[in-house]
Design a protein around this ligand. Structure first.
Ligand SMILES: [Zn+2]
Length: 428
């Protein structure tokens, strides 16, 4: 029976893969609606023929990789259970270590190692793809170093979470999910607080803005929004990518606006000020806190559903999964699989909230800078540098886009310009 289930799982994944491929490459239409053709949102007006073709190709493959990788994770955990590997990892832990912590550590190292090996091909393809299209400029060694840092940070966090989680599962058989959630609140806040000062610097170098002339302009608008100067940083990304970006990270005294140096190198001052004003909106309107609150609410429901699903799955297929009760460490792949499924299912909602915040930030930025030409050309540069799709297929937008599409962002700026002009005419 276990073998049969594994077989069906693989078949289901392959069929899903074909369906996604068909959707992205044959069914979905990412051409521009008629009324936008020739507008400033039309990529044909700011990309050359080669860039147009590359951006379509590159986006399609990237979207395919995105839709393949999360369900691949589910398949991996499913097979780890069915093939008895989870049981074996636990046994290896018990054979090598005396105390519970050591056993958990060893179980986790095996699980993480297998997961890494299984998902490596997809991440490697994704890296080489971005290198082929000249988005990533990172050497293999540097990429691998980032991968290793990822691996160990995830491992360390996972260790803490799993020790506490399984203790709770055994102590509170019915309500472990509630206690786990309660503990996850301070834990999440603590990690968010540490992230920009402890975790992010492991990957890249952060510094105050290097171009002093530009810095004074940026800090000038930051002051208008009451953002202290020591909260604005630039990060050294040029060695890794040609893409442009900026973001807000951290909470409390560690909150900061970070501009990628690629953005600073590639855009002119007016364009940078627009991007900066956009990030300031996130900072001022505390979008990160709203995001965290939303995430915590979601995870309360998520953990509840995971606990129900685990009980149900173990009751149905305990024999095939080699599991008798949820509190057994061997059930971790089941926990991770269901959690990942629920997060994926909820991602359209979190993306929707995020797209709303991004729209607000764009609006704030254009009202502050009032330079639509700079704003629109900044978005055009962003599109060009990342070879991104201006008008992605609907499912891609729903599951992948935390930002509005460039078509929406640029045409809103054009609308703003018209709105502004009409207002001025009214005044005369
Ligand atoms: Zn934003």
């Amino acid at each position: 029976m276990a073998r049969k289930m594994g077989f069906y799982g693989v078949i289901a994944y392959v069929l899903y893969g074909f369906a996604v491929y068909w959707y992205l490459f044959h069914f979905a239409d990412s051409s521009l609606p008629f009324e936008f053709q020739g507008s400033r949102a039309d990529p044909a007006t700011f990309l050359n023929g080669r860039e147009l073709m590359l951006s379509e190709e590159y986006s399609k493959v990237r979207n395919l990789l995105f839709f393949l990788s999360t369900p691949f994770e589910w398949l991996f955990y499913f097979l780890i259970l069915l093939l008895g590997l989870s049981k074996a990892f636990k046994k290896w832990g018990e054979e090598t270590a005396k105390n519970k912590y050591g056993q958990t550590a060893i179980y986790l190292i095996w699980l993480s190692f297998f997961a890494y090996i299984a998902t490596f091909p997809l991440s490697y393809i994704s890296y080489t793809l971005s290198k082929t299209y000249n988005i990533s400029t990172q050497s293999f060694a540097s990429w691998m170093k980032d991968e290793l840092i990822d691996f160990w940070i995830n491992y360390a966090m996972m260790f803490v979470i799993v020790v506490v989680l399984y203790w709770l599962m055994n102590k509170f058989k019915r309500f472990w999910w509630l206690f786990a959630w309660m503990l996850s609140v301070p834990f999440t806040l603590f990690i968010m607080f540490l992230q920009p000062v402890v975790i992010d610097p492991l990957y890249n170098d952060f510094s105050p803005l290097k171009n002093k002339e530009l810095e004074s302009k940026i800090l000038d608008i930051a002051r208008q929004a009451n953002i202290p100067a020591e909260h604005v940083f630039e990060v050294d990304m040029a060695e890794k990518t040609n893409a442009l970006n900026a973001y807000v990270a951290g909470i409390g005294s560690n909150s900061r606006i970070v501009l990628w140096d690629t953005t600073l190198n590639r855009l002119n001052d007016d364009q940078i000020l627009f991007i900066m004003a956009h990030e300031m909106a996130h900072y001022v309107e505390k979008h990160l806190y709203i995001g965290i609150a939303g995430y915590l609410i979601l995870s309360l429901f998520g953990l509840y559903f995971v606990s129900r699903l685990m009980n149900w799955a173990i009751k149905q297929w305990g024999k095939e999964f080699k599991l008798q009760y949820p509190g057994d460490l061997r059930s971790l792949p089941l926990f991770l699989m269901f959690l990942s499924m629920i997060m994926f299912a909820a991602s359209p909602v979190s993306n929707l909230v995020s797209r709303y915040q991004e729209t607000r930030a764009d609006r704030y930025a254009i009202e502050m800078t009032e330079n639509t030409d700079a704003a629109i050309s900044a978005f055009q540069e962003l599109t060009k540098a990342g070879l991104s799709q201006v008008n992605p297929p609907l499912l891609v937008k729903i599951f992948r886009y935390g930002h509005p599409t460039m078509l929406e962002r640029i045409s809103r700026l054009e609308d703003y310009e018209v709105e502004k002009r009409n207002e001025q005419e009214d005044e005369y």
